[in-house]
Design a protein around this ligand. Sequence first.
Ligand SMILES: *Cc1c(COP(=O)(O)O)cnc(C)c1O
Length: 490
Amino acid sequence: MRNTQATNLIFELSQPGRCGVCIAQSDVPQQDPAKWFPAGALAASAPPLPELTEPDVVRHFTNLSTLNMSIDTHYYPLGSCTMKYNPKRNERIAAFDGLAQIHPYQPDETVQGMLQLLYGLQDMLAEISGLPVVSLQPAAGAHGELTALMLAAAYYRDRGEKRTTVLAPDSAHGTNPASARMAGFDFVTIPSCSDGRVDVEKLKEQLNDQTAVFMITNPSTLGLFDDQVQEISDLVHEFGGLIYLDGANMNAILGITRPGDFGADMMHFNPHKTFSGPHGGGGPGAGPICVTAELGAYLPKPIVGFDDGSQTYFLDNDRPKSIGRVRSFFGNVGVLVRAYSYILSHGPVGLKRIAENAVLNANYLLSQVKGFLDVPLGNRCMHEFVASAESIGKQNGLKQPAMDIAKRLLDYGYHPPTVYFPLTVHEAMMMEPTETESKQTLDAFAKTLETIVQESPEVLATAPHSTIISRPDEVQAARKPIMKWTPKQD
Ligand SMILES: *Cc1c(COP(=O)(O)O)cnc(C)c1O
């Protein structure tokens, strides 16, 4: 049941004279602030801080925390985001004092355990990606993209080549063009064929001696594995360009195939998607990148090294071609510890089973959903698929049916799928069940969806009906949030 009671602001709960803590009487004589500060720096009256007891405060924030959906409370099939269940074991390990309490300025010899762990993670990511040199520094997937494109720029500069263009298919995540522009490249979109794969003929038209990088998400955001990827990478390499693999969808291919084996030169992982890092709420995440030996020289420094002679781990700063730092200290280490714990606890066999079950679950859900929603790209998918609510909208006179269905799902206690992405499918609803859900959960979700698409247009167009706020103006809520409380005059 969703909590609909925590609607009062903390200011409205305030009662004059209530207090959560008692501070001892000060033994310092009181001073007149006007003696010490210029008049303009002093407020005319004390700020209207809320006055509450400790239990009032605890209840208020605990109630607020239940207004949001989370993986621990609700099924969360948000496509492209891999909202799988995060095993609590990884949380406990990341909180170990010996890991959580160390300081990044400690000398290397006092943090050998952490360095060994990070070195091990570099090794495991190299093995999983098929790309041998790893930087754990980037702070998110998008930051990994930017870092890798900066690497590509450094690589071409070093070779005296002037290459200006980054290309990606039209199904790419918005971070791809954004990263390309931030790294100083021009960006060109390559159309997809009607089957969702890259249009190789259109790609050929755009390849030339200005081509720096082709970015490909494989499996793509349409939930399809592009089997032309080897051909595409050979083509791009013929023109002297590099292949970047957006690894957000690694959950579908862990232990089955490796980007380094199908032609990628660089890639990022999203440990907060694939390796169960806590997810949502704005982070922190992480975006480790893996690259070929040739590109390894340009990686951000330091990376973790191991000295055979003294058998110790060290931060390797002696990297003259490095692009420098992209993140303070060593990146978001807490997320990296969870990824290390997750990968080790599954092992190679377990990782492969993750991918197999993620794909199995997505195909099962697809088979249940296609009876009442169009799935334009066919009957098979990888870890996710994209349905379209376009025809439901036409039948019911709904202007934005994907949004209406998504909003209505909130009333039934489900976090909605990703909607209106990828842009290539009209009224897109992108569903990614993940491997951690049971058949019962998927059945119940599909049944609810079926109920919803048969509901009256009036109910759908005004949903959700059970939440405190129904349809905020999302753009204004993000750009002009109301952050200031004004006391009611009465
Ligand atoms: C999530 C995602 C990204 C961006 O990753 P962040 O960690 O959120 O910065 C990039 N590409 C795809 C396909 C994604 O799904």
